[in-house]
Design a protein around this ligand. Structure first.
Ligand code: ADP
Length: 423
């Protein structure tokens, strides 16, 4: 293994796995923290996906260190801690605490924090994160149900989460190339461990950062930060010069979409799907809480409809509605109760013959894949930037498209399903 990736959620893991596969690495993604003594699969890169983004920081740290040890034990020469391109976190963490713990664990003096993913409109300039043409704090991320982002200065955000000094490696330096960039990180760490928030507004900047980190043990960032890493291994003769494309065959069967994301892109995609004649079932958090709406009710509705058209089950709602639910039941409890229901629905749908399943939402995807008992994913073709089709690689016959809430074009659901028809 060349590269070991620790990803703080499932869709983020799939996103970075796709990035590495596109750059010519053989990639396998595992679901959950590797158990002690269990061998990791053989590949150029192994992406360990956790569901640690919104857990208590000490839990996220413990899991990340366990994943790091498993990856290093399996031979990883470099570790990447992958988080969301919108820096999803709270003042308690978990990006800061996990980065700091990995730095100490691996004994590194400096590392990078860069969530930029220009292809998906996420860029970092003077340490401020932009989503499209808006500052992060003006973007829909300000209303995220679990990690509302109301400060676009990543230096400030990260400094609140860690005791390690946080500095900036600005665009003016990154634009000078890998040597100048590496020197800037080294300078940051002259008085001790330090994290450098790096600017990146294009793929070229990300490739510069990748090159600057050639041979460095630890990086942190969005999937974009992985862009330049395979070339380092290729230059060292550790990866073949030509990139290989693997065949992808989705199992025949019924199709379904589960949406537990309330992000702006998913809201648009659900509205588009409703307008385009998929069969839809709207979940009602109040009825779920009172026990009036159960997974079995959803399944009783879905079973007779399977086959003719895709079925869509969604809890997706506007920010005001989400806030009202959270005020009544608490943020975490609201999320968990909906995730648990969608997980149970996924299991029932699979038993009823659904073998092509789209899931919208990072936390939601984690809950669904865990409920299905899928422990390993093979990465397939790209649907939209950051979102591939995947295949369960552990004997279960199911193709999964796991979409981070804010990713994908408005016709994502129909487009993804059509792709399998023509494959
Ligand atoms: P995203 O990728 O958009 O962040 P996630 O699935 O990670 O989506 O997070 C959305 C969270 O919001 C989940 O915990 C989900 O259960 C919760 N949620 C979904 N629908 C509602 C709703 N109508 N009211 C309150 N919380 C909701």
């Amino acid at each position: 293994m060349l590269l070991g990736v620790i990803a703080d959620d499932l869709t983020g893991a799939t996103d970075v796995a796709l990035m590495l596969a596109r750059e010519g690495m053989r990639v396998v993604q595992t679901v959950g923290v590797p158990q002690h003594g269990v061998a990791l699969p053989k590949a150029d890169a192994v992406v360990v996906s956790m569901k640690s983004r919104t857990n208590p920081a000490d839990e996220a740290v413990a899991w990340s260190l366990q994943a790091c040890d498993a990856l290093r034990h399996a031979g990883a020469r470099q570790i990447l801690f992958k988080y969301c391109s919108t820096f999803d976190s709270t003042d308690q963490g978990n990006i800061g605490p996990v980065t700091e713990a990995l730095m100490r664990h691996l004994g590194v003096a400096w590392t990078v924090a860069c969530p930029a993913f220009p292809e998906n409109g996420r860029s970092v300039y003077q340490g401020h994160l932009f989503v499209g043409d808006s500052l992060l704090s003006d973007s829909p991320m300000k209303d995220h149900p679990l990690t509302p982002m109301r400060d676009s200065s990543l230096v400030r955000v990260l400094a609140r989460q860690t005791s390690v000094p946080v500095g900036l490696v600005p665009y003016q330096t990154v634009s000078k190339g890998a040597v100048a960039t590496r020197a800037a990180f080294e300078a940051l760490a002259q008085t001790g461990r330090a994290i450098g928030v790096a600017d990146a507004i294009s793929n070229q900047d990300l490739r510069v950062l990748g090159e600057a980190f050639d041979g460095q043990l630890l990086l942190t960032g969005g999937s974009g930060i992985a862009l330049g890493l395979p070339d380092n291994f290729r230059r060292a003769g550790l990866l073949p010069a030509t990139r290989q494309i693997h065949a992808f065959h989705a199992p025949e069967g019924n199709t379904a979409v589960l949406a537990g994301s309330c992000s702006a892109a998913t809201r648009g995609q659900v509205a588009h799907a409703i307008a385009h004649c998929v069969e839809t079932f709207a979940l009602d958090p109040l009825s779920i809480a009172s026990g009036q709406q159960k997974a079995e009710d959803v399944l009783a509705w879905a079973r007779p409809r399977l086959g003719a058209k895709p079925v869509l089950v969604y809890s997706t709602a506007e920010p005001d509605a989400v806030r009202a639910v959270q005020d009544q039941f608490g943020r975490d409890h609201s999320g968990q109760m909906i995730e648990a229901l969608l997980g149970a629905v996924a299991v029932g749908l699979h038993e009823a013959g659904v073998s092509r399943l789209l899931v919208a939402g990072g936390e939601t995807s984690g809950a669904v894949v865990t409920a299905l008992g899928v422990s390993m994913l093979e990465i397939g073709p790209e649907i939209d930037p950051g979102v591939p089709w995947t295949l369960a690689a552990d004997g279960k016959s199911i193709a999964l498209a796991l979409k981070s809430g804010n990713f994908g074009t408005v016709d994502f659901f129909t487009k993804a399903l059509a792709m399998l028809e023509t494959a």
